[in-house]
Design a protein around this ligand. Sequence first.
Ligand code: R5P
Length: 259
Amino acid sequence: MTLDLSPADRAKFATARRAVDFVEDGMRLGLGTGSTAAWMVRCLAARIRDEGLNITTVATSTRTAEQARSLGIKVVTLDEAKWLDLTIDGADEFDADLNLIKGGGGAHLQEKIVATASDRMVVIADPSKEVETLGAFPLPLEVLAFGLNASRTLVEQALTSLDVAGREAVLRMNGDQPYRTDEGNCILDLHLRRIGDPRQLSMVMNQIPGVVENGLFIDICDAVVIGHADGRTETRDIATGSIDERQIDLDAAFATLGN
Ligand SMILES: O=C[C@H](O)[C@H](O)[C@H](O)COP(=O)(O)O
């Protein structure tokens, strides 16, 4: 029963359930990472099982790969899949142009590679992720451990000439050790508060030696599905400007999960 779920989880489930409607038989699909994406993987597994769909997936983290495989979903590498039809992933923030901040879970490097190797990227989010201006959520930078402090100094220097409201670069920790990504790199979380020009910031950050990838997704996302705790969903498509509203029966949908 979805009544046992928190309002936040009901909203995540609603967006996830609506987004898997875009999956078609035979597709090669990118699977995002995070709590919303985890709901999507459960919904996808149910559709594959109930409809006998032939779906090949590429995961954006070891976490997601393990979850997908445990639910019987076929997972291959991106090089094996070559190219993807669709990627469905969560986000930490999105704006009116569907530019995103991602990487709250430390997976934005693989997520960006997978999303840009897809014909289409659909973001799944609850309404709290929508912002007028990106930047309240700290922007993650994946950075090589080698020369980390030098890279951090260069990042903070570069930020002084950019249109942002804060400059603090905080090393993400896992207990008393630096957090390590799937690639073995570190994460600097940039507390910028407001990002005036996301495109410029993204380009400048990726020019700094040691920075592997930043969490800004500019002109990558094609549509967002916003889910609400009462089962309402709204899908906005950036290319057509269309808005599609659907009501998900959360209890009925939950009963189909079986996982
Ligand atoms: O690295 C993590 C990813 O970018 C996630 O998609 C993002 O942090 C959103 O996660 P959640 O759905 O848990 O809010």
